[in-house]
Design a protein around this ligand. Structure first.
Ligand code: ZN
Length: 254
């Protein structure tokens, strides 16, 4: 079982990463044919099936569309590699467990939400709802710790839902921009899933990463114009760090 998993899962994870990339493109445009056969995002031509083979699809095409010669495939390739890496890390920390599955689905949702936010600056409710349901599931199972294997207590899930989302909501109202409603909702769903300790850690990592990235952008491009940095990718990376090494980090300091 474990051996079969170790051989099959990297391949499946790469496939899933490519599929998640196409889902992130298809969902805001409601063009779900994209899931069956990828298209060129520049000219819209449907690409041959071999282009949806993970990693190889991009390499075989020379990362260009065969029709219009525009660059394509690099985003998909990154998504494939990132998701395979995320799967590997979750497996490393949780082995084949129930919590592994829950966090794997959460990681897939975070990847799609990040890609959609980068692409069209939206945080679609459909994906948030699935994330919320995962949180509700872990909350219910927290009354049966032997099943969930999670050490997070029921009230920690509840406090987690509001620990970051409420202050962020107040900040959104006061500042009138910068933070979006989607970020607040994401932190609510993730907080319920992860509990208050891990969501605070997630947010800390997310904000620090976003700040570092902003400084780099300012250094490279100068301070011209107001550029709203999409927050979801940073919050997602923060959440993933918390999901994997969060408990260890917390036990070091508390
Ligand atoms: Zn094209």
């Amino acid at each position: 079982m474990r051996i079969a998993f170790l051989i099959l899962f990297p391949i499946l994870a790469l496939f899933a990463g490519g599929l998640l990339y196409r889902l992130a493109y298809a969902y805001p445009r409601q063009s779900f044919g994209e899931l069956l056969r990828p298209s060129c995002h520049a000219c819209g031509v449907r690409l041959p099936m071999r282009y949806s083979i993970p990693v190889l699809g991009t390499i075989l095409s020379g990362a260009r569309c065969p029709a219009c010669k525009e660059k394509r495939g690099v985003g998909s390739l990154l998504s494939e590699v990132i998701f395979a890496l995320a799967t590997f890390l979750l497996f490393f920390f949780y082995d084949l467990s129930f919590l592994f599955l829950v966090y794997l689905v959460a990681a897939a949702l975070l990847l799609v939400l990040s890609l959609v936010d980068l692409d069209v600056k939206e945080v679609p409710h459909g994906f948030l709802l699935v994330l919320l349901l995962l949180g509700v599931l872990l909350f219910i199972l927290s009354f049966f710790p032997k099943v969930s294997l999670s050490k997070i207590l029921w009230w920690e899930h509840l406090v987690g839902a509001v620990a970051v989302s409420v202050p962020l909501f107040i900040l959104m109202v006061v500042s009138g921009g910068g933070v979006g409603g989607g970020d607040v909702k994401l932190m609510f769903c993730l907080g319920l899933l992860l509990g208050y300790k891990l969501i605070l850690l997630s947010f800390l990592f997310g904000i620090v990463l976003a700040a570092i990235f902003s400084v780099i952008l300012i250094v490279i491009y100068g301070k011209n114009g107001k550029y709203a940095l999409p927050l979801v990718p940073f919050l997602s990376v923060g959440a993933f760090i918390a999901m994997t090494v969060g408990e260890t980090l917390l036990s070091l300091f508390f």
